[in-house]
Design a binder for this molecule. Structure first.
Ligand code: CAA
Ligand code: NAD
Length: 283
């Protein structure tokens, strides 16, 4: 099947980035969120990213205009009836994703693939709320989407080769490298990354060192581009907590227990960069 039209659900940091790369690659993209103001914020971020590319002469003003024209803002999920694939990037919560997928299943045409950008939740469980589990798949982009090359593609129990191949082709068209991963909590990326971040948070919690020094150890000692606490703030501490909870529940192993300090920050509304405060403060 040929993908021409896409709906991205959630205009946050991931949904905005996914919509940007899809529209830049020539696809028509419906960008959906709960409120118009969230979509406007997402579109403003996309335009700012593209303007930087224009000023660096990587793209032309016409390219920017064309990409922005291909983005169709919508708060109406019924626009899913126009698309060949939906890429869901709403919050990391099974109830929210379950509700979305059962509605999308009713609205979208029969041929439409329903993909999720979930960081950790079981694809098979999301697929089970639909009558088309063969067309449900994980398409896990990395943050920031316009920069990071990887897309993890995760098959649910019933996902067909046809759905897999269509999503792999889309990832390649977007300039990404696709890696196939089986449906286990956290897949590969977050099963490895998130326990490291959680351990860094325990290191703050236990007073081993300051956030700045912990980040310096990992940046200067291990050549990581960002220290784990800067990265946690960048990802969003809410998302980090939900991923750790999924790992703990999915594997039933105490080694995945979220650090109490992570829980405390999320309860305080300190979600990292997106709220202006996490392990660091942002203006
Ligand atoms: N959106 C779009 N582009 C961005 C960006 C953003 N948020 N942040 C940086 N960039 C672009 C810059 O414009 C710049 O582009 P050019 O090369 O075209 O000029 C380029 O990225 C490099 O940026 P900078 O020079 O400003 O900064 P940097 O060299 O420190 O790189 C970074 C920034 C790419 C984010 C780098 O710090 C990095 O790789 N950090 C780690 C990111 C990472 O680990 N991501 C995975 C997170 S986990 C995940 O996504 C999965 C999950 O489920 C939680
Ligand atoms: P975010 O908080 O920046 O954005 C989420 C957006 O979804 C918000 O704008 C919110 O209003 C919207 N939303 C919530 N419920 C909705 C609904 N029912 N319908 C439409 N829109 C809805 O979060 P994010 O960081 O972009 O994460 C989104 C998803 O991507 C999560 O599943 C997360 O685990 C995954 N993910 C995140 C990262 C990351 O680094 N942050 C990386 C890969 C995958």
């Amino acid at each position: 099947m040929e993908i021409k039209t896409i709906m991205v659900i959630g205009a946050g940091q991931m949904g905005g980035g996914i919509a940007q790369v899809c529209a830049a690659a020539g696809y028509t993209v419906y960008l959906n969120d709960l409120k118009q103001e969230y979509i406007d914020k997402g579109l403003a971020r996309i335009e700012k990213n593209l303007s930087k590319q224009v000023s660096k002469e990587r793209i032309t003003q016409d390219d920017l205009n064309g990409t922005m024209d291909r983005l169709k803002p919508t708060t109406d999920i019924h626009d899913a009836k126009h698309v060949d694939i939906v890429i869901e990037a709403a919050v990391e919560n099974m109830e929210v994703k379950g509700n979305l997928f059962s509605r999308l299943d009713e609205i979208a045409p029969e041929h439409t693939i329903l993909a999720t950008n979930t960081s950790s939740l079981p694809i098979t469980e999301i697929a089970a709320v639909t009558k088309r589990p063969e067309k449900v798949i994980g398409m896990h982009f990395m943050n920031p989407v316009p920069v990071m090359k990887l897309v993890e593609i995760i098959r649910g129990l019933a996902t067909t080769d046809e759905s897999y191949q269509a999503v792999e082709k889309l990832a390649v068209d977007l300039g990404k490298t696709a890696v196939e991963v089986n449906d286990f909590p956290g897949f590969v990326s977050n099963r490895i990354l998130m326990p490291m971040i959680n351990e860094a948070i325990y290191t703050v919690y236990e007073g081993v060192s300051s956030p700045e020094d912990i980040d310096s150890v990992m940046k200067l000692g291990m050549n990581h581009p960002m220290g784990p606490l800067t990265l946690a703030d960048f990802i969003g501490l809410d998302t980090c907590l939900y991923i750790m909870e999924t790992l703990q529940e999915g594997f039933g192993d105490d080694k995945y227990r979220p650090c109490p300090l992570l829980r405390k920050y999320v309860k305080a509304g300190w979600l990292g960069r997106k709220t202006g405060r996490g392990f660091y403060q942002y203006q």
